[in-house]
Design a protein around this ligand. Structure first.
Ligand code: GAL
Length: 683
């Protein structure tokens, strides 16, 4: 992966990519001309077609019909709209499941799923791999050098619905995967700890995926099944990618990752197999601060690509249809959402989908062109966003530079949320979000990165609570970073186990004990809704533990009085350890939002990390750095006008900003900043 492929794509488009999923097969032919005319009116320059077209392309086994797609490709090309062409493998047609019933996925309790929705196939099925491969070959041969083709869209959201299959084919593939990982059964028995509960395997045929069982399943068996399942999908991705690279060389490819929407596939491993990262992001309607979750996903998208610009493949213009209550976006919210993605490194903003469906499972999902047509709030905002993005053309290719890295790991996420852990309140995303939110509200930008990534060049590395699995190498890399003068803060229940989810002995937090200069001998998770007080009076929930300093100094304790200090009253809650040239903090509880913001604010100050700009609460500030200029994005999520120190030119309005930017309530500014020796003239 390199930044070049996306740079070439946005170069071809002449700016930031703008568009969405386009599903013309759902509409009569006469609608298509109107589609292209309206796309042009909205400033759309890239659409994703063919995502769910397999049944049209191959109506009967082995009989391919490309007339419809030929026409769509030619029409879009004539209209000056580039195409992100999907490989259409995400929804095999009904004939497929009748012909290959063994290729249908089976759930842990033995239910075989049937067609009638989408993505209903077993990831380890040879019949699926072959049928999908044949289709991709035909598509690549036919459209590989079509002038409309700008990008290949491999599959769609790998594993969204079908990541885990428990059928016999999957069982055999799981065994093969385990053999490759452990070599022999002794290795597997050791890694899975099968001495426990008489689970020792004497023959490979005895090894199963973790099908429904009577009591708590072996956690390492389950963890390996998550890993295997992600790898099985990755193998399918590689298979498609290899065909496309062979038959359509030079055309970049990507696949839309789910970031935090679903935890089923390891985003880092997929990102490595793409020419650039693309992601889908949807707001959680129940979350009053869903824009912070958006930022987290965007910073993860950037982290997946090593800091390079990325593409927002899907988000929504307004409500989705798959949450319990699908709240519509308020006026201006879509614009803020879209531009927040651009602020955090997106060089393209696409939606699901172009024209709102009138039939099918997603007819109540918003789109760029709603049921009500062009005389709608959404359409007016869509055309407005097109103008905004055109005004930001020069921003493409510039990069967000973050002094802070926040470690994020799918393996830890999988392991943490198994059964039989110290507390069901220790939920990975929840904890990551808590730490992320503290940083967000301080105006500090971070990259979410893999624990094994290169940490040099950062000032501060955050390990939010719950990074329970840690390899020796990753722990050593964090220690070396601090020893060389870096700063780190580590949250509870991190480093406690190795990569096989086996506990690191000798006291918690295992892999980080020496770095943090502490040792914990027992955890004291709190009861539901139980609150304890820290020595500064601030409340904390979820977790406490008995920390014994072994070289670290105590920064905050649990209050001395057991009535408010909880089960470990008077013991350290936050510690700080001078390690080599740097400092490592340990946070052994979950402070409330204010307490965490104060604490991480202090950690940032000590580490010399500064905000992108001094902003009032609820105003987002992020900076992108280009070769000629820097761009300060200011997004006001509040109902109050805000004033932020800045100078330059607001690219969205063309207005000069001299000393202070006045950002109206709900509005966005993108300021090309004065740089010493640089120019800020409006272009
Ligand atoms: C995505 C998917 C789209 C559409 C969208 C609705 O998960 O890729 O096809 O279903 O969600 O929000």
């Amino acid at each position: 992966m390199s930044g070049d492929a996306l740079r070439r794509l946005s170069g071809r488009l002449g700016g930031i990519a703008y568009g969405g999923d386009y599903n013309p097969e759902q509409w009569p032919r006469e609608v298509w001309d109107e589609d292209v005319r309206l796309m042009r009116e909205a400033g759309v320059n890239l659409v994703t077609v063919n995502v769910f077209s397999w049944a049209f392309l191959e109506p009967r086994p082995g009989e391919y019909e490309f007339g419809l797609l030929d026409e769509i490709m030619d029409l879009l090309h004539a209209g000056g709209i580039a195409v992100d062409l999907a490989t259409a493998t995400a929804s095999p047609p009904p004939w497929f499941s009748l012909r290959y019933p063994e290729a249908l996925p089976v759930t842990a309790d033995g239910t075989r799923l049937r067609h009638g929705s989408r993505q209903t196939f077993c990831p380890s099925s040879p019949a699926y791999a072959e049928a999908a491969g044949r289709l991709v070959e035909r598509l690549a041969e036919r459209y590989g050098d079509h002038p409309a083709l700008a990008l290949w869209h491999v599959h769609n959201e790998w594993g969204n619905h079908n990541a885990h299959c428990f059928c016999d084919t999957s069982a055999q593939a799981f065994r093969d995967w385990l053999r490759a990982r452990y070599g022999d059964l002794d290795g597997l028995n050791e890694a899975w700890g099968t001495a426990f509960w008489s689970q020792r395997y004497g023959d490979w045929a005895e090894v199963l995926p973790p099908r429904a069982t009577a009591a708590v399943a072996n956690p390492t068996q389950r963890l390996d099944h998550w890993r295997f399942s992600s790898d099985a999908l990755l193998a399918l991705h590689r298979r498609e990618a290899a065909i496309l690279r062979r038959l359509s060389p030079g055309v970049p490819l990507t696949t839309n990752l789910l970031v935090t929407l679903e935890k089923k596939v390891d985003g880092f491993s997929f990102a490595r197999e793409c020419d650039f990262v693309s992601v889908d992001q949807y707001l959680t309607a129940a979350d009053p601060e869903a824009h912070i979750g958006l930022s987290l996903d965007a910073d993860l998208a950037r982290g997946l690509g090593g800091g390079a610009p990325w593409l927002l493949m899907e988000h929504s213009t307004s409500a989705v249809n798959w949450q319990p209550r699908n709240v519509a976006k308020t006026p201006g919210q879509m614009r803020r959402n879209s531009l927040a993605h651009v602020a955090r490194g997106a060089d393209g903003v696409l939606f699901f989908q172009w024209r709102q469906s009138k039939a099918g499972a997603e007819k109540w999902h918003s789109a760029m062109l709603p049921h009500g047509g062009t005389d709608t709030k959404t359409w007016r905002e869509v055309t407005g966003l097109g103008r905004d993005l055109a005004a930001l053309a020069e921003v493409r290719g510039s990069r967000v530079a973050a002094d802070v890295a926040l470690l994020f790991d799918w393996n830890a996420w999988w392991a943490l949320e198994m059964d039989a852990t110290p507390s069901r309140d220790v939920r990975y995303l929840d904890l990551v979000r808590g730490w992320y939110e503290a940083l967000w509200s301080l105006g500090i930008t971070c990259d979410l990165v893999h624990p094994g990534s290169d940490l040099s060049g950062r000032r501060l590395v955050l390990v939010p609570p719950g990074l329970c699995l840690t390899t020796d190498a990753d722990a050593a890399s964090l220690a070396a970073f601090v020893r060389d003068g870096g700063h780190a803060a580590v949250g509870f229940f991190s480093g406690v186990a190795d990569e096989n989810d086996q506990v690191r002995l000798g006291g918690y937090p295992g892999a980080y004990r020496e770095l943090l200069g502490v040792r914990t001998d027992e955890f004291f998770p709190l009861r539901e809704a139980e609150t304890v007080r820290l020595s500064d009076g601030s409340p904390a929930t979820v977790w406490t533990e008995r920390v014994e300093p072994r070289g670290a100094e105590t920064v905050l304790s649990f209050a001395a009085d057991p009535a408010s200090g909880g089960p470990v009253a008077g013991h350290p809650a936050v510690t700080r350890h001078a390690f080599g040239e740097g400092t490592a903090w340990y946070v052994a509880t979950r402070p409330d939002a204010d307490g965490l913001r104060r604490l991480l604010g202090r950690v940032c100050r000590v580490a010399g990390v500064a905000a992108a700009a001094e902003v009032p609460a609820g105003v987002e500030a992020v900076r992108r750095h280009g070769p000629e200029a820097t761009y300060l994005f200011l997004i006001n999520h509040t109902a109050r006008d805000a004033s932020v120190p800045a100078s330059g030119v607001d690219l969205l309005s063309g207005a000069a900003v001299d000393g202070r930017a006045a950002v109206p309530a709900g509005d966005v500014m993108v300021i090309r900043e004065h740089r010493p020796g640089g120019s800020t003239a409006a272009g």
